[in-house]
Design a protein around this ligand. Structure first.
Ligand code: NAP
Length: 272
């Protein structure tokens, strides 16, 4: 596995697994939580160490269970969770503290590697209020790093300016056709790691066809080309799959190099 070093000196795997439908009936986001760890266990066996969960996903306990069931040391994992922005989770400082403690209890792995604000709240001041509480968990050692998700440049800039602990990472939707290049550039200029979610899920059909052709000379798949491209652009990626073959493909992306021309073709892909 390759790693990036975040602005606090902590290393993060460049590739991990999404989990938003894992451990649930029929693999449905809204399905009943079954505590079945099969998808995660197969990902861990294949070498995935970064696991991306959230309070919203209701499966933090499934992640903790899979990690404990594995033969891999806790310190080799990198677990991310997130607090929702909704008032039910953030209305008062006490509520925020309650839900962060609840996350720690559900995951039950002594500490969480990275904790994100899942979506921006209604104002920059509100974001900062929740941020200040997350900072206290870092000071206590219960959370190692903190960051944000779905923040735009303005929201990120405000936080960077006012925070005691700078956000290490911003997780947002990014895929060929909708890279969000200016946000990626802003993150990199400010030493905040950009992390892509939904690298595949919203891909335009025509763009996918182009990527299938582009991948052929490398003996790789369109999905491997996307992940290789994103990692080389400095993004952490968190593809999710319920299929072991796809999980294997998605981690087998480090043995080829896209030509400058192909990289440029992907960079310029754009859908209105
Ligand atoms: N911060 C946020 O607001 C936010 C929002 C959305 C998602 N996320 C996070 O990002 C993660 C990834 O997003 P996502 O799960 O929505 O979408 P995704 O990873 O982009 O795509 C998942 C879909 O791609 C398919 N797939 C995966 N690997 C494949 C491969 N090698 N070949 C062909 N198809 C493949 C999967 O089907 P199979 O299962 O059949 O392989 C599944 O249908 C989530 O699980 C979650 O952890 C965060």
């Amino acid at each position: 596995m390759k790693y990036f070093t975040m602005n606090n000196g902590v290393r993060i795997p460049v590739l991990g697994t999404g989990t938003n439908t894992f451990g649930k009936e029929n693999g449905n986001f809204n399905g009943k939580v079954t505590y079945d760890t099969k998808e995660l266990s197969s990902a861990i066996e294949l070498g995935y160490r970064l696991i991306d969960t959230a309070i919203y996903y209701r499966n933090e306990a499934v992640i903790g269970k899979a990690v404990k069931e594995s033969n891999v040391h806790r310190s080799d994992f990198f677990i991310t969770s997130k607090i929702p922005a909704d008032k039910a989770f953030t209305d008062t400082d006490e509520i925020v503290r309650h839900f962060v403690k609840q996350s720690l209890k559900e995951i039950d792995l002594d500490y969480i590697d990275l904790y994100l604000i899942h979506f921006p709240l209604e104002s920059n001041e509100e974001n900062l209020r929740v941020w200040r509480i997350l900072e206290t968990f870092v000071f206590q050692g219960l959370i190692k790093s903190i960051g944000v998700s779905n923040f735009n440049i303005d929201q990120l800039a405000y936080l960077i300016k006012h925070a005691r602990i700078k956000p290490v990472l911003n997780q947002f939707q990014s895929f060929p056709g909708k890279h969000q290049q200016s946000l990626i550039d802003f993150c990199k200029d400010n030493h905040v790691i950009p992390e892509a979610y939904q690298s595949f899920a919203k891909l335009d059909a025509q763009i996918k066809d182009t990527l299938i052709e582009l991948a052929k000379p490398y003996n790789k798949t369109w999905s491997q080309v996307i992940l290789n491209y994103q990692v080389n652009e400095g993004l952490v990626v968190i593809p999710k799959s319920h299929n072991k073959q796809h999980q294997f493909e998605n981690i087998d992306i480090f043995d080829f190099e896209l030509s400058d021309k192909d990289r440029m073709t992907i960079k310029q892909m754009h859908v209105e």
